[in-house]
Design a protein around this ligand. Structure first.
Ligand code: XMP
Length: 516
């Protein structure tokens, strides 16, 4: 394992991903972890991430010098670089000479492990205030910028390396190469980590954890739960039962996809709970978005817990149903402060007829993976593309894409319009360019139109194609007009009661991606 020590910037996750792209397994640890504990993990190398602090700021995170003396190769980036410099006796000045963004780097290659085979002048991404003016003893300075005399240093003998810039970001043109030079040449690691390894490793781990007991997994139709279920199924086969709650708010074909394609691909035992009536009834007369969300969430938990209770009751030894599978991903684990923690989280369920003291232990086989890796695992497990490459879709489904009250007729109408939009986006090859494209029905709005020889008074459909990296911010996608035209023509022709299609041209913020 390569450890990425997180100094509190959002960059640690990106570094960990880049290391894995170099086919070397990496994990993130908090900078507050004692060095002895880091070393106890037997890392092949350690990377110190950037961070928001100045090394001179009060309370700025520090590192025990021992980390540089254990014989483990270390690569410091940005804050990690400055920390390495000051800890080992170099000089970092608070010069006020800030560099931010794309910066030309002058490389001095003789004796450089990091920059070998890259150009003498290259563009890198900088983001720092303090600047290193003298490298620690025994280090060779291998790069500078117009304002920073020491922008990279290397000590091949001790296997210690540092760069002021951020090699992990795309704007550092040779960043991945520099990182790989550290991993392969500096640290002497062979690239061998693949998602295939993950499958083998997880299958073994799941078998060891679950033993002869039984597990339950909720399927939402999304990528994460599907891949988690497929992995667990591969490990323990018929000891797993999946539950799919059909709340009637899914898009056209999605329930069938889970019922047929997913089952066909995995052979999983699936319990489908048809709760459409129940959800419609609970949503009747409600048009406030927050209230709708609450109702859907509440009903979902009730139905799911009842299904769990039924499975426990039907099992020969009910108490053997002891595990709950969840598709938790690595970013969730890191963000909730979990790092590489192995705490055994228990989830308590004593609703709906479950024995009072029954607890499910969690099985989370995707805890170490990033989203793109989850997709690769899914692909390798033979899941259909429609599931593995699925764009995000909200849990409350179409319930929050009908502005106004949710009724069966409106759901059917929206399902048709949405299916047309998705079909045309796929046909135009735009699926990978667009983050997601909610299709929204303005159920309480009517406008006048003319179709055939007659006047119509129908509803508008909104197209909301967005581009995004993480859904936190988004921009509306500049889609080709002819694709928009085709979607508009087809929806107004084929979906009764819709006589207008409009395009949402709002970024996020100020708009959100969904309309409710
Ligand atoms: P907003 O509308 O907040 O959406 O810009 C951001 C992203 O989250 C999705 N979304 C949800 N996902 N349950 C989910 O699992 C929800 O309740 C929910 N609400 C919004 C939305 O589709 C977008 O990708």
């Amino acid at each position: 394992v390569v450890l990425v020590v997180d100094f509190g910037a959002q960059y640690a996750q990106l570094i960990a991903r880049r290391v894995r792209e170099a086919r070397v397994y990496s994990e993130i640890v908090p900078s507050t972890m004692p060095v002895a504990e880091m070393l106890a993990k037997n890392p092949r190398a350690i990377i110190l991430s950037g961070g928001p602090s100045s090394v001179y700021a009060e309370g700025a995170p520090r590192l025990d010098r021992a980390i540089f003396e254990a014989g483990v190769p270390v690569f410091g980036m940005c804050y990690g670089f400055q920390l390495m410099a000051t800890t080992l006796g170099g000089t970092v000045d608070n010069t006020g000479a800030r560099e931010y963004g794309r910066t030309p780097l002058h490389v001095s290659k003789p004796g450089s492990t990091l920059f070998e085979g890259t150009p003498d002048e290259q563009s890198v991404w900088m983001s720092h205030g303090d600047a290193c003016s003298a490298a620690p003893e025994g280090f060779t300075v291998t790069a500078s910028t117009d304002v920073v005399p020491v922008a990279a240093f290397e000590n091949d003998e001790k296997k210690l390396y540092g760069v002021q810039h951020h090699p992990e970001v795309m704007h550092s043109t040779y960043g991945q190469q520099v990182l790989e030079h550290f991993l392969y040449r500096g640290a002497g690691i062979e690239p061998s980590w693949t998602t295939g390894n993950v499958i083998e490793e997880q299958v073994e781990a799941i078998r060891a954890q679950v033993g002869t007991k039984r597990a339950i997994c909720g399927l939402s139709g999304g990528v994460d739960s599907a891949v988690a279920a497929a992995l667990v199924q591969k490990a323990i086969g018929s000891q797993l039962t999946c539950v799919y709650v059909d709340h009637g708010l899914m898009r056209k074909g999605e329930t069938e996809q889970v019922e047929k394609d997913f089952v066909a691909a995995t052979g999983v035992q699936l319990k489908v709970v048809d709760a459409q009536e129940r959800f419609l009834k609970a949503l009747a007369g409600v048009s406030d978005p927050e209230e709708k969300r609450k109702i859907i969430g509440r009903e979902f938990i009730r139905v799911f817990e009842q299904a769990q209770a039924d499975i426990v009751a039907e099992a020969e030894h009910g108490e053997d149903v002891a595990f709950l599978v969840q598709g938790t991903l690595y970013p969730d684990v890191v963000e909730s402060g979990g790092g590489t923690g192995t705490a055994n989280i228990k989830s308590h369920h004593n609703v709906g007829g479950l024995p009072e003291d029954l607890e499910f232990e969690l099985v989370e086989p995707l805890r170490k993976l990033f989203k793109d890796e989850v997709r690769m695992v899914g692909q390798e497990l033979g899941l259909p593309d429609e599931i593995v490459q699925r764009q995000p879709f909200p849990g409350p489904g179409l319930g929050i894409r009908i502005v106004g009250e949710v009724t069966r007729e409106r759901l059917d109408l929206l399902r048709e319009a949405d299916a047309i939009a998705r079909e045309e986006l796929t046909a135009a090859g735009l699926d990978r360019d667009i983050w997601q494209c909610p299709v929204v029905l303005l159920a309480d709005v009517r406008s006048v139109g003319v179709q055939g020889d007659g006047r119509t008074y129908g509803h508008p459909i909104v197209l909301r194609p967005v581009s995004s990296e993480d859904a936190m911010t988004a921009d509306w996608t500049r889609m080709p007009y002819d694709v928009l035209a085709k979607i508009s023509t087809r929806i107004t022709n084929e979906v009764a009661d819709v006589n207008r299609v409009v395009l949402d041209v709002t970024s996020k913020p100020p708009g959100t991606i969904e309309w409710e």
